[in-house]
Design a protein around this ligand. Structure first.
Ligand code: SF4
Ligand code: SF4
Length: 626
């Protein structure tokens, strides 16, 4: 592998900011302070205050405008939900097509975070410098296509009869503002990784340059925009603009060559305009980048050689796949930020091991072939980071294979839950698949650093199918403590259903009540709760729970049957036959389904009705074994 980062003592070899080095007479001294940076800081602080106010308003009123986050557009494209995030993103892209990429610089909270981190680092005497890669700059656009375009294309091929975008529905107001956001426990490391760590290692706009998918689209739209930073003949190529630009734009060179800034990384922060000693720069309208005269490309210097670029791209991909979704915790954007840092650290560590001289910022890592204290510290940090990444990859691998095994289970839940120990329905192949899946989940949890709240209920289902209902109940209870919303409600529902099959009706009722407290609309939990109540002798309450369930969904054949059986046992024969007619109307003509209903009715002591379904099941479902 041709890692060949040239090094010199006292300089940061992996960074060679070509702009600054190529500027005639460049010197940081003598550059005037940007006046617009204060305005921009004020805009970004105001933005953050609005975000806080939005959350507080939701907390107080339990209802608010849906999150004004571009990521919400995914739900518009996938489910047809028209939300505030989609409207914001659409308007922002339209505005970018006219005024250029200014939303990033003036209206992005992640950029505000990076600016804050950059400012704090400077206060500590550390001046973030850009890491320049030719290949990794394509990550944001690829990520944007994956996030917003791929789901539509995928649906086009897998569900060709469905409309390209589902029917639009109004989701401008929400009661569950935080539903699509990670928990606070994830948000804190997210802010650390996408703020401090990317800024420190990759430069002031490290996350924007190598990770942000929204920036991928804004950068593309910027190429079409007539609004750009332009220059007058007053420019004398002093280079103050380039030295000030935190987006790594070679301003002086671009305005000389094209008469304007063409780099899509320009966020129209206006710092260069403000610091120009000759007032030669301005924001104005004219030809977009796409129509700029074609001339020899500006020579840029990069931090990596081509072999390093290729190794870096592979490291990025491996790191991203290893951390994305691990423990069901690491979100997409955080995985991109994490992978970009892993790439830098891997290449820098490799260079540190091979070179005789190496430094990072003002720290001398290695001199005359000898590692210095700072070098050891860097090596330990890099090894820990890369090791954590590799460990995540190991856990993710097992989680993934566990998920694959789970997806291969085709036994319907109703059948599996008809009676305790559903082993009779499993083929040897199913059994082997479940055992393999269980092993993978156990390997992931044995070595994992955190609990995977999405894997736990699946492991619980494996245990149930293998006949260990007790273990299943315990795992579902554990899963529920880590989950929220629908996922939590489902874990509690399955737990309640299994407890019912075990005859522990008090515990079942409690679990089902918790499920319903989480999601009122979980009708199956009402049906199961009816069974708990019936078995506990609280028959009126049971009938009320079942009636509530069929009012919400009259097609629930089992519940209609249960109501028929309940009315029969109370001697209300007319009502019973009315429910029975409806039950027959919605019961599929499937022997297994009839057997399942028969089994459940038999458990409830509704033997006449149960016998009818066993007879309809015939031999196919093995009714004689009931
Ligand atoms: S635009 Fe202004 S700051 Fe930039 S090189 Fe020209 S004179 Fe210097
Ligand atoms: S080129 Fe000028 S306006 Fe654009 S990001 Fe750099 S300093 Fe800001």
């Amino acid at each position: 592998m041709g890692i060949s980062l040239s090094t010199t003592a006292g300089s940061i070899s992996v960074r060679q900011p070509g702009g600054e080095q190529n500027i005639p007479g460049y010197s940081k001294a003598g550059i005037r302070k940007s006046k617009t940076s204060r305005w921009r800081a004020a805009a970004l602080i105001t933005l953050n205050l609005f975000m806080i106010a939005h959350i507080i308003q939701w907390q107080i009123m339990s209802k608010t405008i849906s999150p004004i986050e571009p990521s919400e557009t995914m739900y518009t494209l996938q489910n047809g939900f028209v939300n505030a995030g989609f409207i914001f993103f659409a308007l922002a892209i339209l505005a970018t097509l006219i005024f250029g990429r200014f939303v990033c610089g003036w209206g992005c909270h992640i950029l505000a975070l990076q600016d804050l981190c950059g400012w704090l680092l400077k206060k500590m005497g550390l001046h973030p410098k850009p890491f320049r890669s030719r290949l990794l700059v394509y990550v944001p656009l690829i990520a944007a296509l994956y996030m917003f375009v791929w789901p539509v294309v995928y649906r086009l091929f897998t569900e060709p009869r469905e409309p390209l975008i589902p029917k639009f529905t109004n989701h401008l107001v929400t009661t569950n503002f935080w539903q699509t956001f990670p928990s606070v426990a994830v948000a804190i490391p997210f802010l650390l990784v996408c703020g401090f760590v990317t800024v420190y290692f990759l430069g002031q706009k490290g996350f924007c340059t190598y990770a942000c998918p929204y920036g991928g689209f804004f950068g593309l739209a910027d190429k079409f925009s007539p609004g750009r930073i332009r220059v007058t003949p007053a420019c004398n190529q002093c280079g103050h603009c380039t030295a000030t630009c935190t987006s790594n734009v070679l301003v002086h060179a671009e305005v000389k060559q094209y008469g304007m800034v063409v780099d899509p990384g320009c966020m129209k922060c206006m710092d260069c305009v403000s610091v120009c000693p000759n007032d030669a720069l301005y924001f104005g309208f004219g030809k977009p980048t796409l129509l700029a005269p074609k001339s020899a490309a500006i020579k840029r210097s990069y931090s990596l050689t081509w072999p390093e670029e290729i190794v870096g791209a592979l490291v990025f991909l491996a790191s991203f796949l290893a951390v994305r979704g691990v423990y069901a915790l690491v979100p997409f954007l955080m995985a991109l930020g994490f992978a970009s840092v892993t790439t830098f650290l891997t290449l820098k560590l490799w260079q540190l091991l091979r070179a005789r001289e190496s430094s990072l910022y003002r720290f001398n890592l290695k001199s005359s072939g000898k590692l210095r204290k700072a070098g050891w510290a860097f090596a330990v940090f890099a090894c820990a980071w890369i090791g954590l990444n590799a460990h995540s990859g190991w856990v993710r691998y097992h989680e993934l294979l566990g998920n694959v095994a789970f997806q291969k289970i085709h036994l319907p839940d109703e059948l599996a839950l008809a009676q305790i120990n559903p082993a009779r329905w499993l083929s040897p192949g199913d059994r082997e698949n479940i055992l393999r899946g269980k092993e993978h989940y156990l390997a992931a949890s044995r070595t994992g650093l955190f609990v995977n709240s999405e894997a736990l209920p699946k492991l619980a289902w494996f245990e149930y199918l293998l006949g260990d209902a007790e273990q299943s109940i315990q795992l579902l209870g554990e899963a529920a403590t880590y989950q929220k919303g629908e996922a939590k409600a489902l874990s509690l529902y399955y737990r309640g259903a299994i407890l019912n099959r075990l005859g522990r009706y008090d515990q079942a009722e409690a679990s089902l009540d918790q499920a319903l407290a989480e999601r009122q609309d979980l009708i199956l939990a009402r049906q199961e709760k009816g069974e708990s109540l019936w078995q506990l002798g609280r028959r009126d309450e049971a009938i009320s729970a079942w009636t509530d369930a069929v009012q919400r969904n009259p097609r629930l054949a089992l519940v209609q049957n249960e109501l028929a059986g309940a009315k029969q046992s109370l001697g209300k024969l007319e009502e019973a036959s009315s429910y029975e007619r409806r039950a027959d109307q919605f019961t599929p003509n499937d022997p297994l389904f009839h057997w399942m209903i028969g089994r459940r009715l038999q458990d409830l002591g509704m033997n006449d009705l149960a016998e009818k379904h066993f007879q309809q099941a015939g031999d196919g479902a093995g009714p004689n074994e009931h």
